[in-house]
Design a protein around this ligand. Structure first.
Ligand code: TYD
Length: 203
């Protein structure tokens, strides 16, 4: 049995660090672990990521943005996640479909259901077994990217706050797979809680 785990949260919440810490721990326990990131994770996906995050593309339509994230995701699902679930004990995703629902659906205002419908063919019904949401107010997250924000990070705090609202809606909608964590806790504490939760689900 393999587990598919996603890490979600607004920019600067520490999800990438927590994903790597979990990977290291699981590998130390002898498990085979595959990690992937969205947008990206495949050569074509990395090119789509570049278009999405390039500040020169400031005039991009919200719908275009949503389709581009879904386009990258369709590839990641087929070329990375599905094969990964067949060959590894764990597939860890640094963002997945919930990022689109929170950012394009809620923060951009396209609507969570509209963005879900755009993504449905891309994910083909594949949802994570566990989604760790690292939650904190945007104002409290010391943003490493504030010095050189990419196109999405450059949208500012109010945008991030709307994405956070989106995540809170999703956590209520998908109670079975969501685990909400306080992103302001120390890295080690968070890692312990995440490892505990994952090992609990393995039993
Ligand atoms: P991420 O890779 O988490 O950024 P970084 O590694 O720079 O912290 O995500 C890049 C940006 O893309 C981030 O601002 C969130 C945004 N995003 C969406 O708006 N929708 C999506 O579906 C995804 C996957 C990311």
């Amino acid at each position: 049995m393999s587990l598919f785990i996603s890490f979600e949260g607004i920019d600067g919440c520490g999800k990438s660090t927590q994903m790597i810490m979990l990977k290291n721990k699981l590998e130390a326990l002898g498990y085979k672990v595959l990690t992937t990131r969205e947008p990206g994770g495949t050569p074509v996906g990395e090119k789509i990521r570049y278009i999405l995050l390039d500040k020169e593309n400031a005039g991009m339509e919200a719908l275009t943005e949503a389709y581009l994230y879904a386009a990258s995701r369709a590839l990641t699902v087929r070329q990375v996640i599905e094969p990964g679930l067949a060959g590894y004990d764990f597939v860890l995703a640094d963002r997945y479909v919930d990022s689109s629902l929170a950012y394009q659906g809620q923060a951009r205002g396209l609507g969570i259901d509209t963005v879900y419908n755009i993504n449905a063919p891309a994910i083909g019904g594949l949802f994570p077994d566990i989604t760790f949401l690292l939650d904190a107010p945007a104002s409290k997250l010391a943003c490493r990217s504030e010095a050189a924000p990419d196109r999405i990070e450059g949208e500012g705090r109010a945008f991030q706050e709307r994405a956070r609202e989106g995540y809170s809606i999703l956590a209520r909608r998908y109670t079975g797979r969501y685990v909400i964590l306080d992103a302001l806790k120390g890295k080690q504490r968070l890692n312990e809680e995440i490892v505990h939760e994952v090992l609990k689900r393995m039993r």
